[in-house]
Design a protein around this ligand. Structure first.
Ligand code: WQD
Length: 344
């Protein structure tokens, strides 16, 4: 009998890629999404890739009754919880929207799990909880000290990790794996699903591909006076398909293995690349010349971070495999498909 996984935020960037990998791994998937930051057409892409159209419920997870109706309708075995507001800058302008959405949604899910015998939840956390690790603590490990969040968005990740920890340690009959991602980038090789930010992109890669497509006039590299080899910030950029596969490995572990009730894993490549390296690798990989310039630092940016992911390698049997130039080519192929389809 196929196990059923509830994917919240499943029409989003990481959620849709994870849904594809779950279906291909033999799971039945039910998506809950409020479509506030994604489109229903994403289901078409998932269906074209896998041949399966996941069940879909348009529900706001802050509405507990509506959320409970989904738990009553499907025999859910596990949850992967992506749904959240996630724009760092917006969270500074609208903190209460972020606290209400990101925290109430999780609390509703955790309260419903025991009642409907849902065994495990994978939580989408972020390397943001580490803040700026000390240089001697790079690559950053799971037991690195957490730093005060630099945005309400980052704070909701920290708070949600604590809520899951406290709930499980109160004796709730549930288990969890918390995945701390670094920077998810790229698109499915089919170019049928990918990142579709609303409006002007905050994140680097969509801004790069939209500049390459002529949608944006010029990319600004935020700061070249950091204490890094080329002066630009360093991040651990992980292919979204590799990240999606990590979720399948984590879900299987939570549901099928006898493990500690809560575990934490860094999900990254273990390597750091600078913003300038990303720009240059993109140009080389695609043959497209980017119009870019250096500009001032962006408020809130940390200087450098990349993850020590050996725990996920050993315990989950998972490793990020895809070379950076292939990942950047997948992002460009997706941008070209969006143009071909008249989306942007
Ligand atoms: C990456 C690097 C910028 C845009 C944030 C969140 C994280 C996660 C991913 C949601 C930085 C530089 C960017 C541009 C630039 N969020 N940059 N010009 O800030 O590392 O992480 O997004 O899941 O939790 O904190 O990602 O892509 O915005 O920036 O120079 O136009 O690219 O300075 O060094 P970030 P990013």
């Amino acid at each position: 009998m196929k196990q059923t996984i509830l994917v919240t935020g499943g029409t989003g960037f990481i959620g849709s890629h994870t849904t594809v990998e779950l279906i291909e791994a033999g799971y039945k998937v039910v998506i809950i999404d409020d479509l506030s930051n994604s489109k229903l057409e994403v289901l078409d892409g998932i269906e074209k890739i896998t041949g399966v159209r996941p069940d879909f419920e348009q529900v706001d997870l802050r509405d507990k009754a509506a959320t409970e109706a989904v738990f009553a309708k499907y025999p859910i075995d596990g949850i992967i919880h992506f749904a959240a507001s996630k724009a760092v800058g917006e969270s500074v302008q609208k903190p209460l929207l972020y606290y209400r959405n990101n925290i109430i949604s999780l609390v509703n899910l955790l309260e419903l799990m025991p009642k409907y015998h849902v065994k495990g939840i994978i939580f989408s956390s972020s390397c943001t909880v580490y803040g700026q690790p000390k240089p001697e603590n790079l690559p950053v490990t799971e037991d690195a000290p957490h730093q005060k969040a630099t945005s309400p968005y980052g704070n909701t990740k920290e708070i949600n990790e604590q809520i899951i920890y406290d709930t499980i340690h109160s004796g709730a009959p549930i288990k969890s794996i918390i995945l701390r991602y670094f920077n998810p980038i790229g698109a499915h090789p089919s170019a049928l699903i990918g990142e579709l930010p609303n409006g002007v992109p905050n994140n680097l890669i969509p801004y790069v591909t939209q500049t390459a497509m002529g949608i944006r006039k010029q990319l600004t590299i935020f700061g070249n006076d950091y204490n890094t080899p080329d002066g630009t910030c360093i991040r651990d950029y992980i292919y979204v398909v590799d990240l999606a596969k990590a979720h399948v490995a984590a879900m299987r572990r939570v549901l099928d293995e006898d493990t500690d009730p809560i575990e934490y894993f860094n999900i990254g490549t273990g390597k750091g690349n600078s913003t300038l390296e990303i720009v240059e690798t993109f140009e080389k990989a695609t043959g497209v010349k980017l119009n870019w310039k250096y500009g001032p630092r962006r408020e809130g940016d940390i200087e450098k971070i990349w993850g020590d992911c050996t725990k996920a390698n050993k315990v989950l049997g998972w490793k990020a495999e895809t070379p950076l130039d292939d990942v950047l080519r997948s992002a460009w192929k997706w941008q070209q498909k969006l143009r071909q389809d008249g989306v942007m």
